[in-house]
Design a protein around this ligand. Structure first.
Ligand SMILES: *Cc1c(COP(=O)(O)O)cnc(C)c1O
Length: 351
């Protein structure tokens, strides 16, 4: 890996971050706070939140087995994705390399930050080749984007290839593990100590059932986390989110329960899909969704919509032609989807 100072943008290295009132005072035991021009009424939301979210990081640290200094918390993982560009990529000069197809926000944030986004196509099994990725990099490539289990394909990326990229690429490698709670593969975040150029993304939006709270995590060496903390908005995680996530972290057994139910439901759904005449193929999945190749995906998508069921139409995505991405829902939601699809099958069998 290159020295971090060669990877960070010069303006970010030199940045003198905003020093907020709650940052300057860090000790405990004070009882009168007249430093931040807050209103003394309307407790508890009259106070600014902890800018570095220290106590929830402690809890997350124990659960995720990552040191608190290696944790960044943001307004969804989307904030961390944007920060990667703002910290590392000089607009119109630097570029990033990403697998394709993958999660759409990596490209949207590249476009917003005016950074060239290079796509490297996965193979027909949705696997990556480290050599293809590395061959697409040049001296201006700052970041490689990987997502495992990948969205929208659902599969884990080959760990050997990911490790080869981590070893041989000189810049930052982001591995988005938004769905790792649903996978049997050991998460890469547990190997953070071996990889100073690795940033792992996690989120509370999927297995944790907290998409509405907007809380995402990035795990990386403390030097990278410090850069993120300098650039982020000072109070990026609001007090209600911090409060609510604290409760959720104390009830973390719920997550294990939900995950095991969803995995069972996923297996039932996959088996049922394979029996549908309108379904040509179900791709292997390690996430809480699966990709199904359909006979005429656009028509089925519309039919489902007319019946009040929304799935994700991915048929315009490279390598996902005729594919719908199906999120595993509750038992009754899944049953409803299957019954509408069976009705569709019947109508079409008669044609
Ligand atoms: C859903 C998802 C996220 C979550 O984003 P949040 O902003 O945390 O809600 C991140 N990455 C991928 C690949 C996803 O599919």
């Amino acid at each position: 890996m290159k020295d971090l100072n060669l990877l960070l943008r010069k303006n970010i290295q030199d940045l003198e971050p905003y020093s907020c009132a709650r940052n300057e005072y860090s000790g405990k035991g004070a009882k009168v706070f007249l430093d931040a021009n807050e209103n003394p009424y309307n407790s508890p939301i009259n106070r600014y939140p902890d800018p570095l979210q220290k106590d929830i990081k402690e809890k997350i640290s124990r659960l995720k087995r990552v040191h608190p200094e290696c944790i960044f918390l943001g307004n969804g993982s989307d904030e961390a994705i944007d920060l990667v560009y703002r910290c590392f990529c000089e607009p119109r000069i630097d570029n990033v390399v990403a697998i394709e197809p993958t999660y759409g926000m990596y490209k949207v944030c590249a476009d917003i930050n005016d950074v060239e986004y290079r796509k490297v196509l996965l193979d027909e099994n949705f696997q990556l080749s480290a050599n293809h990725i590395l061959n697409s990099c040049d001296e201006h490539t700052k970041v490689v984007w990987l997502c495992s289990p990948n969205n929208p394909t659902g599969n884990e990326l080959d760990r050997g290839e990911v490790e080869k990229i981590l070893q041989e690429f000189e810049g930052i490698v982001v591995v988005d593990e938004a769905y790792s709670d649903f996978s049997h593969v050991q998460p890469l975040r547990l190997e953070l100590h071996k990889h100073p150029n690795l940033i792992v993304l996690n989120t509370f939006s999927k297995a944790w059932g907290c998409a509405g709270l907007r809380l995402g995590m990035a795990f990386a060496y403390p030097e990278i986390i410090e850069a993120f903390n300098k650039v982020k908005y000072p109070y990026n995680v609001n007090i209600l989110t911090q409060e609510r996530i604290r409760q959720q972290l104390d009830n973390h057994w719920d997550v294990d329960k939900w995950v095991s139910i969803l995995l069972m439901e996923r297996e039932n759904m996959v088996e049922a899909f394979k029996l549908l005449h309108s379904c040509k193929k179900v791709y292997p999945t390690d996430a809480n969704f699966f990709l199904a190749k359909m006979e005429n995906a656009d028509v089925i998508y519309q039919y489902l919509k007319d019946n009040g069921i929304i799935v994700r139409n991915r048929s315009n995505v490279t390598l996902c032609e005729e594919c719908l991405r199906i999120t595993v829902g509750s038992k009754s939601e899944n049953a409803e989807l299957l019954s509408v699809l069976r009705k569709y099958d019947e109508q079409n069998d008669n044609k």
